[in-house]
Each structure stands twice: as structure tokens, then as C-alpha cells.
Design a protein around this ligand. Structure first.
Ligand code: MLT
Length: 246
């Protein structure tokens, strides 16, 4: 299996992802929200680009919808919830459709529509995402959402951890950037310590969101792998067992 890495939503190019499996990562915090909400019984997540689009879908839907997301990491006016994964507990998420717009994560997901499979990854479900990638058995591009179109340390180390988990099952051929992402993870087992220097980590800290930071850095506490298809993200459950390469 070949593995490549894209470093921000602005760097997604059709020729790089076409026909591949992609894992989209925005560990702080969009893909942590999606994974948590679906794990807590949310029916589906609809990731959209604009606030207007989100409100329009909610208005015309027959389902029971909640609006969630952020701009500049802050809850959007008129929305039900913010972009904190801790907002999406069972009592909020169960049987709801979450319509979501965020600055980077939902943008990255929507930019990947030409990939074969679009999986949603975070620290929370890294091992499960790796297993699903191995089951699909296609070349992989890890798409880091990044921050404001730029590289972000948090997504990069998270991708490195997913690569490590994949390497436990199969042999891989990595591009230089994928090797570097994996190397960063290998050298920094304490994820929080590494991402303390990241711009977005500090933005969230400034807003008093330390609990979100701790939660989003928790490894493998969720075993579902959300998958985006035809405008919706559903809870994909790994089907078969794969054997470790150890
Ligand atoms: C995003 O999609 O840009 C983020 O998840 C921002 C945030 O942490 O709220």
C-alpha cells in the first residue's frame, strides 16, 4: 500500500486523491466532533461550506436536525452547538442529523469528493481508521485539514499515528512527507506535549477549551470510522478482522 500526505485543505488536488482512499483529519476539532457525535447515536452528519447552506438544509429537512460548528473556533450565531466534541453527548446527538460547518475540516471533506473512499479520522479513532484502510486495501492519501490553509502540527502527528497503526497490519510504501509524518509521531509519543506549540492549540487554550484539547488527544477511545458518501457522513463499522503485521 502506498501512503501520501496532503498538509492542508488548500493543498488538495484532484489528481492526488482520485481513485484513492483518503482519511481526512482535523483532530482539533471537526473530525473529533464528527466521530464523537456518530458514536453517540447521531444518524448522520452533513458537512457544508457555509452558514447559510447549513441553515437552509435544517429549514427544509424532515429529520430532527441540530446545527453545529464554528467560525474562528467560536459558536456561530443562531446555531445550536459549537465545535466542541464535548457538546455532542448521547442526549444531544442521539437520532439527530448534525448539519455542520467549520473553517477547515468540513472544507477539506468536501474537497475530497473524487476519492474512492472518504474516511474520517482523529486521534479518537485512529486504530479503527487504520483497520478500515487496510480492509479497503487501496492506496491511501492522508488529508490534513490544517489551519487557515496552512500546515498544522496537530493533524500531522495524528496522521503519523494512523500510519503507525497501518504499519502494524501491512507493509507500506511512503512518500517523503508520509515518512516525516510517521517519524514525528515516533519521536513524540506524548501528543499533547508536541502540539503545545501549534497555533490552533493555543487559540483553543486562549478560549479556555483545555477539556477539548485533552479529549481530542485521547487515543483510540472510539472504534467507529465515519465515512462520507453523497453529501453525508455515516457511521461505518469495520466489517472483517485484519491480522497484525507483528
Ligand atoms: C476547523 O474545522 O477549522 C476546526 O475544527 C476549528 C475548531 O477547532 O473549531
Amino acid at each position: 500500500m502506498k501512503i501520501d500526505v496532503i498538509i492542508s485543505a488548500n493543498d488538495i488536488k484532484e489528481e492526488k486523491i482520485k481513485g484513492k482512499t483518503v482519511v481526512v483529519i482535523d483532530m482539533l476539532r471537526a473530525t473529533s466532533v464528527i466521530t464523537t457525535a456518530l458514536n453517540n447515536g447521531c444518524k448522520k452528519v452533513i458537512p457544508v461550506l457555509t452558514v447559510e447552506e447549513a441553515k437552509e438544509i435544517a429549514k427544509n429537512s424532515k429529520d430532527s436536525c441540530i446545527l453545529g460548528g464554528e467560525r474562528n473556533a467560536v459558536k456561530i450565531d443562531g446555531f445550536d452547538f459549537s465545535n466542541s466534541p464535548l457538546d455532542y453527548k448521547k442526549d444531544v446527538a442521539k437520532d439527530k442529523v448534525l448539519i455542520m460547518t467549520t473553517s477547515n475540516g468540513t472544507r477539506a471533506i468536501n474537497a475530497c469528493i473524487n476519492a474512492n473512499n472518504i474516511l474520517i479520522g482523529a486521534m479518537l479513532n485512529a486504530k479503527a481508521a487504520a483497520k478500515r484502510v487496510v480492509e479497503i486495501n487501496n492506496d491511501l492519501v492522508i488529508v490534513n485539514s490544517g489551519t487557515a490553509g496552512e500546515f498544522s502540527m496537530d493533524d500531522f502527528i495524528c496522521g503519523g499515528y494512523i500510519i503507525q497503526c497501518i504499519k502494524d497490519y501491512v507493509n507500506v510504501e511512503m512518500t517523503d512527507i508520509a515518512k516525516t509524518s510517521h517519524y514525528i509521531y515516533e519521536c513524540n509519543n506524548n501528543v499533547i506535549d508536541f502540539i503545545k506549540g501549534a497555533k490552533h492549540y493555543n487559540r483553543l487554550k486562549e478560549l479556555g477549551l483545555e477539556d477539548d484539547l485533552t479529549y481530542c488527544c485521547s487515543k483510540d477511545i472510539i472504534s467507529i470510522v465515519p465515512e462520507y458518501k453523497n453529501g453525508c457522513i455515516l457511521n461505518g463499522i469495520p466489517k472483517s478482522k485484519v491480522h497484525e503485521n507483528k
